[in-house]
Design a protein around this ligand. Structure first.
Ligand code: SF4
Length: 348
């Protein structure tokens, strides 16, 4: 594909008149980039782009939010989180609601701030809301490594860490009707592209590892169109992704975390699809195991949106009772959420 004439490819994608092709991007950053670059309007109506379960905030179950709220209300505990998770509703309230009620919730830009704050304030326990995928797991491992090296006992993680291959298998086996996958570029940068090889063989579907620029996405969609009906893996993001991934980051994750089953919003428990702290580091765990309960807000169709069964704009609440300023469900909260991106880009 190197040196490919992007204009000619764009023309072919616009005029494609073969069988309908359904392509899923599983990464929230790809979802955002597809919307920002207006990619759907550049494609033939016979090429459907489906957003998958790759937005970490969107797939976090209610029990995790409830646990964070409960921790934040303790006198001796401070919960630290990224900005978007703070607005996701738990059973009764979000972390933002809890903060308004006087609970100890702080928004941070880096998980490493947990260590800095804990060091300065030994009278409080600092809990980071460690949600995410293979991409962010090394960052959380580094936080723990720093806490261990500094001998800090007042640093903890409330983890809800997920891994991609198992949820992709789940989506395919549960009626996704997908012809090929835009494999997540950031995840692949850590895991390596080889992680999708066995999955492609097993599912008989093509995977293309893609960057996040508009042109890269068009090349990826074109590659998937040509690979339709065949298994196989192509890496079109070689400047960042290697076949074996980031060995150092993987070793760091492996030191602190082990595979586990994990609960996904709207999908239930998926075997082996998560990471939890190893037993020897459980003193750093703020109570992450067995947080499985999930209550979808009434009328919210996130469960169907997350696996590509319906488009966000098919949800009766979309753009009416649910907007980014007044989000009813998690998929409208995060800038990586499908509903959010459909809304802000005017995608139908
Ligand atoms: S539009 Fe809102 S209510 Fe509907 S699925 Fe999306 S997040 Fe849920």
């Amino acid at each position: 594909m190197i040196g490919a004439d992007i204009n000619a490819i764009a023309e072919q994608l616009k005029n494609y008149d073969g069988e309908e092709v359904r392509i899923m991007e599983v990464c929230g950053t790809h979802t955002a980039s597809i919307s920002e670059n207006g990619i759907p309007s550049m494609l033939s109506p016979k090429i459907k782009l489906i957003s998958g379960p790759g937005c970490p905030v969107c797939v976090t179950v209610t029990a995790v939010i409830d646990k964070l709220v409960e921790l934040s209300m303790r006198e001796d505990t401070v919960v630290l989180t990224f900005g978007d998770l703070i607005r996701v509703k738990g059973t009764n309230k979000s972390l933002a609601d809890a903060k308004a009620d006087g609970a100890h919730v702080k928004m941070v830009y880096s998980p490493m701030e947990t260590v800095t704050m804990a060091e300065k304030d030994p009278d409080h326990t600092y809990v980071f809301a460690a949600i995410g995928f293979e991409t962010t797991a090394p960052v959380y491992a580094n936080v723990l490594n720093e806490a261990v090296n500094k001998g800090l006992d007042n640093v903890k993680l409330l983890t809800s860490l997920k891994t991609m291959p198992q949820v992709i298998r789940w989506v395919v086996n549960n009626g996704g009707g997908i012809d090929g996958f835009i494999a997540p570029g950031h995840v692949a940068a850590i895991t390596g592209s080889d992680i999708f090889k066995a999955l492609s063989e097993e599912l008989g579907l093509p995977f293309v590892v893609s960057g996040f620029e508009g042109e890269q996405l068009l090349l990826t969609i074109y590659a998937l169109l040509r690979m339709k009906g065949n298994k196989g893996i192509k890496n079109l993001y070689k400047s960042v992704v290697t076949s074996e991934g980031n060995i150092k980051a993987k070793e760091m994750v492996d030191k602190y975390f082990e595979p586990s089953d994990a609960s996904w919003r709207g999908m239930g428990k998926i075997q082996g699809s998560g990471l939890v702290l190893r037993k020897e580091y459980e003193k750093f765990d703020a109570g992450s195991r067995d947080l499985d309960e999930d209550h979808m807000p009434p009328g919210c169709s996130c469960a169907s949106v997350l696996v590509g069964k319906i488009k966000p704009s098919d949800c009766p609440m979309f753009g009416k009772m649910c907007t980014p300023d007044n989000a009813h469900g998690a998929c409208m909260v995060s800038t990586e959420g499908s509903c959010y991106n459909y809304f802000v880009s005017g995608r139908k």
